[in-house]
Design a protein around this ligand. Sequence first.
Ligand SMILES: *[C@@H]1O[C@H](CO)[C@@H](O)[C@H](O)[C@H]1NC(C)=O
Ligand SMILES: *[C@@H]1O[C@H](CO)[C@@H](O)[C@H](O)[C@H]1NC(C)=O
Ligand SMILES: *[C@@H]1O[C@H](CO)[C@@H](O)[C@H](O)[C@H]1NC(C)=O
Ligand SMILES: *[C@@H]1O[C@H](CO)[C@@H](O)[C@H](O)[C@H]1NC(C)=O
Ligand SMILES: *[C@@H]1O[C@H](CO)[C@@H](O)[C@H](O)[C@H]1NC(C)=O
Ligand SMILES: *[C@@H]1O[C@H](CO)[C@@H](O)[C@H](O)[C@H]1NC(C)=O
Ligand SMILES: *[C@@H]1O[C@H](CO)[C@@H](O)[C@H](O)[C@H]1NC(C)=O
Ligand SMILES: *[C@@H]1O[C@H](CO)[C@@H](O)[C@H](O)[C@H]1NC(C)=O
Ligand SMILES: *[C@@H]1O[C@H](CO)[C@@H](O)[C@H](O)[C@H]1NC(C)=O
Ligand SMILES: *[C@@H]1O[C@H](CO)[C@@H](O)[C@H](O)[C@H]1NC(C)=O
Ligand SMILES: *[C@@H]1O[C@H](CO)[C@@H](O)[C@H](O)[C@H]1NC(C)=O
Ligand SMILES: *[C@@H]1O[C@H](CO)[C@@H](O)[C@H](O)[C@H]1NC(C)=O
Length: 751
Amino acid sequence: MWSYMRWNAGSRVASFLLFCVLLQLGLVSCQTTWKTLSGKAPVVVSKGGFSGLFPDSSKLAYKFAPLLSTRPAVLQCDVRLTKDLYGICLPDIKMDNCTDIPNFFPNTSSTYLVNGVSVSGYFPIDYSTSDLVNVSLMQAIYTRTYRFDSSFFPILAVEDVAQLNPPALWLNIEHDMFYAQHNLSMKTYIKGLVKNVIVNYISSPEIGFLTSISSLTSNQTKLIFKFLDLDSAEPTTNLTYSSLLSNLTYIKTFASGILVPKTYIWPVSPDNYLLDYTTVVVDAHKAGLEVYAGNLANDNLFSYNYSYDPLAEYLSYIDNGVFSVDGLVTEYPVTPSEAISCFMNLNKSSMSHGKPLVISHNGASGDYPDCTDLAYQYAVDGGADIIDCPVQVTKDGMLVCMSSINLMDDTTVAKSVYATRMNVIPQLQSGPGVFTFNLTWDEIKKLKPQISAPQSSYKLVRNPRYTNAGNYMNLSDFLAFAKNKDLAGVLITVENAPFIAQKLNINMVDSVLAVLKASGYNSTTSLPVTIQSSNSSVLVSFKQKAPQYKLLYTIDEQVSDAAGPALADIKRFADAVAVEKESIFPLSGHFMTTQTKLVENLQAQGLSVYVYVLMNEFVSQAWDYFSDATVEINSFVQGAGVDGLITDFPATAHRYKLNTCQNMGNSTPYFMQPVQPGSLLQVISEPAQPPALSPLPILSDSDVAEPPLPDTTKQVTPNAEAPSKASPQLRTAVSISMLIAVLSNALLLFV
Ligand SMILES: *[C@@H]1O[C@H](CO)[C@@H](O)[C@H](O)[C@H]1NC(C)=O
Ligand SMILES: *[C@@H]1O[C@H](CO)[C@@H](O)[C@H](O)[C@H]1NC(C)=O
Ligand SMILES: *[C@@H]1O[C@H](CO)[C@@H](O)[C@H](O)[C@H]1NC(C)=O
Ligand SMILES: *[C@@H]1O[C@H](CO)[C@@H](O)[C@H](O)[C@H]1NC(C)=O
Ligand SMILES: *[C@@H]1O[C@H](CO)[C@@H](O)[C@H](O)[C@H]1NC(C)=O
Ligand SMILES: *[C@@H]1O[C@H](CO)[C@@H](O)[C@H](O)[C@H]1NC(C)=O
Ligand SMILES: *[C@@H]1O[C@H](CO)[C@@H](O)[C@H](O)[C@H]1NC(C)=O
Ligand SMILES: *[C@@H]1O[C@H](CO)[C@@H](O)[C@H](O)[C@H]1NC(C)=O
Ligand SMILES: *[C@@H]1O[C@H](CO)[C@@H](O)[C@H](O)[C@H]1NC(C)=O
Ligand SMILES: *[C@@H]1O[C@H](CO)[C@@H](O)[C@H](O)[C@H]1NC(C)=O
Ligand SMILES: *[C@@H]1O[C@H](CO)[C@@H](O)[C@H](O)[C@H]1NC(C)=O
Ligand SMILES: *[C@@H]1O[C@H](CO)[C@@H](O)[C@H](O)[C@H]1NC(C)=O
């Protein structure tokens, strides 16, 4: 616990102030005026504390939130009353899912009318505080980690939260009428509470309640009217919230602000695309009301327009050029804090091509089907420094950009007339496939692309409107496309070269070089070219034949380090190395365990290190990153010092490079510091710790060494006429003795 806290503890420099000081020095830009009601920066309100990670309303959640929040951090408590008129903080009117009460009082649930609806469960009004002393708060949202639940988190009274000295306290009070029906007066409770506790905000969806307490609270307390679903009726007036929304001057007579579900501001279509923003914020500001956007959570975005990037969502509420909300009510305070302090007013067209390099993975494959013209265009628009073409070969010997040699992975071939070309090729994969070399380029062009879905096991899909959008490119199309773009280079990935040489009699190295040359990529002034392969022999061959190109070696397994001889081998044929995320920060149960020395040791050899594959979908990230792709990127860049990011979402990585919280040294706000590997794991109590993993292997020189490429001189010629009718003849397998001969030659290279 403590090491995690220490990481964030220490000075409480107001990062915002610091920006403006730096601004005067001309170092960063400073958002001096905000389009909020007051003109000041919006506040971050943590609902139930950092409830995206820890059980909502637990002490841990409340203590953790201010550490990763802009100042003043506001802690929100959803107040419920017990039988003996205590106010406790609890995310729901029932205790069923957010506590373990059924273990203590089996079969004692009740059924009550709540705002006219019959509801069954464990209601706090049936229990006194002494009944609840052993009851523990739990994670109520099952897609979040349950690992913390094995600790005991007592239910907190409002006074307990106040004793944590939160910079600001917000009480959200609902169901006043329900409590009244049970002879419990919320007003009486508040009257007693405010004598002892400073409450900065009180929100309620009930007009009668808010007006009844206005005389009780001091001018230090802001009263906020909370809007619920547009169509539901406000209990005091029986008017729908939507009709109240058109009478904001009336709301202003009893409240100083409104809290609205986020969709009031940015509505979403039934198929989860963002519609135009409404005028709610502008109208409310005109009426003199502050606006707080609610229901924000990194793992509950949900509109495809945000590309699974929660920072993009927060920015849409504060950095849209038209308005800014006055506060963001969230379960993940870290991300709005980044938005407010480090990501406002960025000039996204500004390109530096400095470290870390942003390298696309199959183009911007998070938003468009892999390797389509749309994916490449979006990668360029999003600010990728380098775009990538994984080269495959067609039946007619054309080099094309496709993310897989198996067309079933990223096209609709299985539903096409070419499905009959399915076959099993054990050298490539165990299951059947329709391979790129079984269709001609013209045939492939007739296929529909299929957007990738790496997180489909979690039911997360990518941009359904673009499921089958875009067209494929051959390598020359790709190189022509890249030519006049503001890029630091192109990346060409070559895999399966030995198979292709043996079975198709095509020399991939010579073929790629020929296309590069024909496309004008052979001069010193053309865009730099990097060749990537997990096969060292491919890179060795490129190095011999085209020393002007950079070479990127892919370590295609998880390793914790590379042995000395392996490092020396890699150095012999590569300039840079691509490593998996977990080779840098190994995980156990989705928690970071440690940081390996791999990056350090590769860099000590003069090798650049690129990490792959970064994705925005939070399920692809360790819990330590708070479901925030930017926290993950920052940890690889600041924490591990990688030189490049290979990503499905280049726009997110590019925006990271523009953030204004760089080079701030010790003044870097905590939410922009890299996470400490292993510290979150320490918060988990012993019995719930994920199993210790056996350590990852160390890359050895035998892993790196590969037999040289089979000897074939045949290359695909660029601008080849329509392929000779005879598709490349299968040559009988290279004889064993030949292989052994070249193998021993190759070994000399590595010793
Ligand atoms: C509470 O848990 C039950 C299962 O135990 C589930 O059916 C229900 O949907 C959950 N309710 C909420 C609000 O998550
Ligand atoms: C609670 O109810 C279940 C069935 O509804 C029953 O099997 C169980 O014995 C009951 N437990 C107690 C303690 O009454
Ligand atoms: C709480 O737990 C303690 C220790 O196990 C026990 O003595 C006490 O009776 C429990 N109280 C309630 C209300 O369950
Ligand atoms: C509330 O109090 C009234 C008057 O004392 C009583 O008649 C009623 O039964 C009480 N209701 C509940 C739910 O306790
Ligand atoms: C709040 O009220 C006190 C006393 O009535 C007054 O002195 C103070 O200026 C008020 N503050 C604000 C912000 O209105
Ligand atoms: C609101 O409607 C309920 C029944 O639906 C009624 O009992 C109540 O008197 C109404 N309140 C007002 C203020 O009209
Ligand atoms: C706004 O609400 C007030 C109070 O209910 C009412 O008197 C007034 O007519 C309403 N105005 C509009 C435009 O609905
Ligand atoms: C959201 O994305 C859809 C599909 O790309 C687009 O049509 C729409 O304009 C976007 N919404 C906003 C508010 O930009
Ligand atoms: C944004 O950056 C681009 C490219 O560096 C530059 O041309 C443009 O003037 C900048 N825009 C602003 C508003 O600074
Ligand atoms: C696919 O291509 C390979 C290599 O040319 C060939 O052996 C195989 O027969 C082809 N399969 C089909 C179904 O065309
Ligand atoms: C690049 O290739 C073109 C076409 O073959 C050739 O004319 C040119 O001289 C080459 N340039 C370099 C620098 O090799
Ligand atoms: C690549 O494809 C384009 C369009 O499909 C075609 O015009 C071009 O000739 C192809 N390139 C080669 C080298 O054949």
